[in-house]
Ligand binder design. Sequence first.
Ligand code: ADP
Ligand code: MG
Length: 743
Amino acid sequence: MKPSNGCSTAECTAVGEKNFRVEGLHCTGCTQKIITALREKYIGSDWQFSLATGVLEGSDLSDDVLRKDVQYIVDLYESDVFVLPMNQNEALPEEGTVRNLALEKLVKRTTRIGVGAVVLSVGLTLEALKLASSRGMDLGVSFVLLATYLYVGLPVLKRAIRNSLKGELFDENFLMAIATVGAIVLGELPEALGVMLFYELGEHFQGKAVDQSRRAIEKLLSIRPDQAHLVVGDKIWDVPSEQLAVEDELLVRPGERIPTDAVLISELAYVDTSSMTGESKPVRLTKGELVLGGYINQQQTIYCRVEKPFQESTASRLIQLVQQAADKKAKPEQFMTKFARWYTPAVLLLSLLTALIPPILLGESFSEWSYRALIFLVISCPCALVISIPLSYFGAIGAASKMGVLVKGGNYLEALADLKSIYFDKTGTLTEGRFQVNQVITTPLTSRDEVMKWATLAEQNSNHPIAIAIRKAAEPLNLQVDMAFEMTETAGEGISINKPGCIVFVGKGPFVERSLNSEHIASYVEVADQIINTEGAATSTIVHVSKNGAYYGALILNDRLKASSAETVAKLYDLNIEVAILSGDRSETVGALASQLNIDQFFGDLKPKDKLVVVEKALERNSKLGKGGKIAFVGDGINDAPVIARADVGVAMGGIGSEAAIEAADIVLMRDEPIALINAIALAKRTRGIVYQNIFMALSVKIAFMGLGLVGISGMWEAIFADVGVALLAVFNAMRLIPSEKS
Ligand code: ADP
Ligand code: MG
């Protein structure tokens, strides 16, 4: 158990951690400095801060780190930023103080902005009046303006001095400090105050926007219930969900969330799965079925048995995934980080040249060109743009999770917007993967019960959808099946049992055919021919059965297309994306299904390895062609996991899908319906649009105003508005991607 309850304050603070929540840190530049400092202090360690979640994560640390040590380092670079423990249940001794400090910070900033705004408008009015009578500014007004400038700009000036003393010259604090001090030297006091004021205002709104997005996402992800009702004998105890163990019996009342993944003991339950799948229709579950932690129980009180501890529950994993996702950087984001590194020094150099060259070479006015150089500096701050990009991807990942699509990184959204072809697995991906045994075919020497018996015996321990169907079909037959057999499952082919005196093969034709003695091949061929001529057999999956080298017969199984498969395929073609099916099932069945869905490319009879080969060939062809879109694979089974991992974008079914497939996937469809992909693609394109809009808008406005400033058309005021305005526009534009908290 965590030292959450019952430890004294001193003990609690002494507990080290590797991850921390950091509040009030919104600037990419300072984050980078803090991370560098942490790396230097903890040699060999690596640190990551997610702007989107506010989580600071240390890795490769030999030991846990004390929160106050991290706070100490953060304080060196940023004031009013709070390092908090990750685990929110853990008592934080100064929690109250932290809250107060945060509030204090807000009050301070608002006062600064308010006072600055009032003084600036009064100052400007006075100046305007006096300019009319063309006199210089009154000494008193200048004094008040200067004092207000210092008051409003103090945090920026302090940071600028502190960072330059540490050799960190080129950050936005430094730019602002030089620009404003320069303006003061040139006698442009209102401009200096204006720059500081609007810079603060911009920072304030940015911080608010980032916080708001974080909260929106956190709310989306608040699917983990903290409390569980544990049933012990005839008593019910309320315990923290973290403490549940496998096999514990739970009671869940109507309206409550299921605490962790569990198996239903009650006969029937209706659950709302919307927080996990985006689907709001209640789902009916019966005894023995899995209820996931995070589902909401709807009608009556139900009982269930814990299947997975809280930390390993689907909901916990989902949250971890989404949080980690925010930090996988998409391409434009990487570009911006690199860009900002050379951009600021370049601007600094340019402005220096602007200030020096025309006066020296052409004998122009030194103060005029210094003023123009300062305009450069004011415009150049790239912080907002740098923030708006991760915010876009994070918002989009949140939006996707709301529609039941788990995207494990911004880079996959980027790839999704660029999709060229999609390969689908068949069973469980385009079809429901819920087979029904429709017909049992025997030979003259065998009986229906015999065929079923050996098939059931072999399929006893398999999780393959075919195995589940066969066991279900065998239930009413009351066959006596010996359980104690060892079986070998050959993925994509079938199952065999090998015990002296009892060798059974169940699976695809060629797989079973190989096990037959030569005199039995004829009867296999006869049955296979008979099946080909059976009405509707083309779309069926056939499973053959042999025992001790003798052919026993076959089962004809049918699966249904998923509700949204046809629509998905049609829409993919509309988007000009190529579609193909890859399946281990026999080619006839795959072909019949492909033609039902109007898919012209299909590959049947594939071993799991072959699926990989097909996709790898496509990837290779693509890379030979140079840049030509991305390739996705969508699957559900363990046998799909390698292909999912290999494709540019690997997609897994979250419900029916195997753990391995979900683990390997870049994108998980929680509701198992392929149509979710179409929505995800649309979202990915929208995200990319917004990111590009922001980059384009910010850069072009900045360049335009730098040019206008250079030729003397626009002044400091225009520069300020251009800079702050663009910053806010970029952030607000990015926020459009974050789903609203209601609905
Ligand atoms: P898909 O690629 O369509 O998801 P699989 O690779 O899982 O299908 O299986 C391919 C084929 O192999 C199935 O259609 C079936 O004929 C056979 N097969 C695989 N596993 C089993 C099993 N457990 N029992 C019987 N047949 C099986
Ligand atoms: Mg499959």
